[in-house]
Design a protein around this ligand. Structure first.
Ligand code: WT7
Length: 635
């Protein structure tokens, strides 16, 4: 069986038409009508969607474009996203409904009704306040996939603190950099987390990171694995101790926020240098993720929704934590690995919990396909109504397997294109849109996209170009935290007034978008976003390395894998042992996900006369392709 990632997507290939039952029950039954409304009256459209949620005080202006590209949404509006996720349900029947179902890797499980979740969030918010956390403070969260991660995020948002979640798979150095950049006063971690039957020692890594992070005054530690950890007196506090003290009051007022007040920052890899903090707000972000999840996934309050993403990435923030609660759904959340202890773990949980909508990444599908159909076929998956995909283009083989074997030929695949920066889906079908495997179909309601050539003109259908977004949307990033220049430069300068996505794409005659991939120095490894600069600077921080270049090359399961080229310092000789050492070094500096697939020792790297490494040339050579225009090559 082939699971290949070769780009054999074809606009003239199979088309999957929506089934009448799904059309009949869809939240948005007629796509054209909704799209037309949004096209004719963008601000009116978003005002209507915002009114579906509760505001403490209505906005005076839907969209303020007076200081582009620093757009503002719902100006003058007073709101708190947590009010709409939890507070507003406490007086309705929904307080008794399950908000969260969680399963640990070892098979332990916990459930929270909306009432119970709200109570935990209130208690923890009171604790945060008692420790001196106030509106606008940054809080770094470095936790495994356990309910306390969600509770901590919501508690921060409730009191107006800005959460900065760091993915538990990132290393000490990455964690340290993010704590320093955000000037966090408080950090939240756990003694450890379970993954593949092993303990990830998060507290030890936090301790190491904090040796050089003077801003952090307190560390709250959740007990998950009960292994021995060192607790620094005064600084470190156990979560369960704090939650049993009188300071953990279940009565805690939700902070009234301006719509434009920051909700969170989230670090993501860019074209150059260190990862940058993307900033999202309470008002517009809330409206955007609420509406997109409701429309694209036809989410209903009686649905059980499962998004497999880690909350440490934007997919987790938007569509695991906030989106399902805004829609009053029940969200399922799993701690561990997809194949632990056997490759049927996910399918078993879909059956056990009766999941209706399942949202995952192409790399996970390809990984699980390798184990064969017998594993999913052992389970009753008929509860599934819709399937979703995100993170990279999905290749047709994986699309069709997912549709046939998991979706039993009935559940459509909602392929959602978006980014950390966009906050919400921007190109996505809904259940009433005909699907073409490998295309995220058309821009969402109110979203206008284009594909441009180098000169800024729209390219003809079928031609490749830069994917841009030409009108603002409510969940858009507002800036890069602490680096507004960078925000303007990176996203709004190549084509003034248009948002540059960093992806290339084609559009077909039906107006469907086919995203090809990143055209900047960002690599998507197993759907995770990494920058060549991070990997290269990790390599050159090793004493044996003089220079390094990283590129992404196609990989059957990962989509793209990291290949690196290294020039050694004199006195160091190439060896397999050194390769292993360098891989481990990158793992330590960035995180296990950044370990290069391949390290090649070279004497020279192709460079421009101004000294810039020509990764494009390395990539072409590695794939045996034409090197293209190399007139700027140094020699
Ligand atoms: C990049 C953004 C969006 C949440 C997870 C990733 C790629 C994402 C798709 C898709 C083709 C996709 C793009 C984009 N990407 N979804 N459905 N089809 N490509 O967020 O880590 O910020 O990465 O992921 O290249 O630019 P992110």
């Amino acid at each position: 069986m082939s699971i290949g990632t070769s780009d054999d997507r074809s606009p003239d290939g199979d088309v999957f038409h929506p089934t009448p039952d799904l059309v009949a029950r869809a939240n948005v039954p007629v796509w054209e009508a909704e799209a037309g409304h949004a096209r004719q009256d963008l601000t009116g459209y978003w005002a209507k969607r915002a009114q579906e949620l509760e505001w403490y005080h209505p906005w005076d202006q839907v969209l303020d474009e007076s200081n582009k590209p620093f757009y503002k949404w719902f100006v003058g509006g007073k709101v708190n996203i947590v009010h709409n996720c939890l507070d507003r349900y406490t007086k309705t029947w929904r307080r008794n409904k399950l908000a969260l179902i969680w399963e640990g890797e070892a098979g332990d499980h916990r459930t929270f009704s909306y009432h119970a979740l709200n109570r935990e969030v209130c208690k923890f918010a009171s604790v945060l306040k008692a420790l001196g956390t106030v509106k606008g403070d940054r809080v770094t969260i470095y936790l495994p996939r356990i309910p306390e991660l969600i509770i901590a995020m919501l508690a921060c948002a409730k009191i107006g603190a800005i959460h900065s979640v760091v993915y538990g798979g990132f290393s000490v150095e990455a964690l340290h950099g993010r704590i320093m950049d955000s000037h966090s006063k408080l950090a939240i971690t756990a003694d450890g987390g379970w993954l593949n039957g092993k303990i990830v020692r998060l507290k030890d890594m936090m301790d190491e990171a904090l040796q050089r992070s003077p801003t952090v005054e307190h560390v709250i530690v959740v007990k998950r694995t009960a292994q021995e950890v060192t607790m620094e007196p005064e600084r470190d506090l156990w979560y369960h101790d704090l939650m049993s003290l009188p300071i953990a009051s279940p009565k805690c007022e939700t902070e009234v926020m301006d719509a434009e007040d920051p909700l969170y920052i989230l670090y993501t890899s860019g074209t150059t240098g260190k990862p940058k903090a993307v900033l999202h707000t309470h008002g517009g972000y809330m409206v955007g993720i609420y509406a997109t999840l409701r429309d694209a996934f036809d989410l209903k309050e009686d649905d059980r929704w499962w998004c497999t993403a880690d909350p440490g990435w934007v997919t987790g923030h938007s569509y695991l934590v906030y989106g399902p609660l805004l829609n009053g759904a029940t969200s399922f959340f799993y701690e561990g690995a997809a194949t632990y202890p056997y490759p049927n773990r996910w399918w078993q949980m879909i059956e056990r919990y009766g999941i209706n909508i399942f949202y995952t990444a192409p790399t996970a599908i390809r990984g699980l396909m390798r184990f064969g159909e017998a594993w999913p076929n052992r389970h009753d998956l008929t509860s599934l109504r819709l399937l979703g995909s995100v993170g990279e283009p999905i290749n047709p083989e994986a699309w069709k397997w997912y549709h046939r074997v998991i979706g039993k030929g009935r559940a459509p695949i909602i392929d959602t294109w978006w980014q950390t920066e966009t906050g919400m889906f921007l190109i996505t079908p809904t259940p009433v849109v005909p699907l073409k495997p490998g295309s995220a179909t058309r821009p969402y309601f109110g979203v206008t996209a284009d594909i441009l050539n180098e000169e800024g003109q729209s390219v003809a259908d079928g031609e490749e170009g830069y994917l841009v977004i030409t009108s603002p949307w409510p969940a858009m990033l507002r800036t890069i935290y602490g680096d507004a220049d960078r925000y303007v430069k990176q996203y709004w300068s190549k084509y003034p007034g248009k948002y540059l996505t960093g992806d290339s794409a084609k559009r077909d005659k039906d107006g469907y978008y086919w995203v090809i991939g990143r055209v900047d120095d960002v690599i998507k490894v197993s759907g995770y976003r990494l920058g060549t600069a991070e990997i290269e600077s990790a390599l050159v921080s090793h004493p044996a390395v003089a220079e390094a270049a990283a590129i992404g090359l196609p990989h059957e399961v990962k989509g793209t894998a990291i290949h690196t080229f290294v020039i050694l310092r004199t006195g160091h000789n190439p060896s397999d042992a050194l390769k292993e050492e360098l891989r481990a070094h990158v793992g330590h500096e960035v995180g296990p996900i950044a370990k290069p697939e391949e390290i090649t020792f070279v004497d020279k790297l192709p460079k421009t006369r101004s000294g810039k490494i020509m990764r494009r040339v390395l990539k072409a050579r590695a794939q045996g392709l034409s090197e293209g225009d190399i007139t700027t090559l140094e020699d």
